[in-house]
Design a protein around this ligand. Structure first.
Ligand SMILES: [Zn+2]
Length: 242
């Protein structure tokens, strides 16, 4: 039984090693995905800036049109002035001219303001584009690096995987089934140590009687709480290994 357990311990180490590779690969790929997302976010910000710049250009055209209209109105009213006979009509025309002049002044101010805003939006878009370009270049470099690193990791993983398969064939059929099932159910950890009567998988204390039995190592034991397969390593044995 001791031999079977030591095979399972070795198997567990290989499985842990493989999931370490998987995690490492996953993290690298996630980092690329995050960078990609950051670029996409900037691209959508750029297109928002451009939309805004376009809107502001339209506003500039509208303001210019209002400005020109006011100019035309002033000319019209001024030529009408020659023909009016009553002071009331005269006053009304003067008022209209005054209003149009005020509108011209206002639209000139508005135009300056809107032009400035449009320039700002455009400058913001250009700046974001520069940042984006830099990030894209970096991402392309990083992608190459990650691809190379992932390739290496996969090669190493494959070696471990082959070792694992070879060893698994050597373990009793019923045992390997139980092991695989636990591995899936318990997040990649099927075989755990018991230290001071505590399961290192779920960290629950086990009955003292069971702990004594496990220390003898004659029989296979599993955690009453998480069902993981137990093994025991005497403290001196452990120190000796290190
Ligand atoms: Zn447990």
């Amino acid at each position: 039984m001791k031999e079977e357990i030591s095979k399972l311990i070795a198997l567990q180490k290989l499985n842990t090693e493989m999931s370490g590779f998987d995690q490492n690969i996953g993290e690298k790929q996630q980092e690329l995905a995050d960078r990609e997302q950051s670029i996409q976010d900037k691209e959508s910000a750029i297109s928002q800036c451009r939309d805004r710049a376009e809107e502001l250009e339209q506003r500039q055209r509208d303001i210019k049109a209002a400005h020109e209209d006011a100019g035309t109105r002033i000319k019209e009213r001024q030529s009408k002035m020659m023909q009016v006979q009553t002071s009331r009509e005269h006053q009304a025309l003067l008022k209209e001219i005054e209003d149009a002049k005020k509108l011209i002044k206002d639209t000139e101010e508005q135009l300056l303001e809107v032009m400035e805003q449009a320039e700002q939006a455009e400058a913001e878009a250009v700046e974001l584009e520069n940042v984006c370009r830099g990030e894209k270049e970096l991402l392309a470099e990083e992608t190459k690096k990650v691809e190379a690193a992932v390739k290496k990791l996969n090669t190493r993983r494959k070696t471990v995987f082959n070792k694992h398969n070879k060893l698994a064939k050597d373990v009793q059929g019923s045992m390997i089934k139980r092991y695989d099932k636990l591995l899936k159910k318990r997040n990649g950890l099927a075989v755990v140590q018991v230290i001071d009567g505590v399961c290192q998988g779920c960290f629950m204390a086990i009955p003292p009687q069971q702990f004594n039995e496990i220390r003898k190592g004659d029989q296979m034991h599993s955690c009453p709480t998480c069902q993981r397969i137990f093994y025991y390593e005497a403290p001196d044995e452990k120190d000796g290994k290190k």
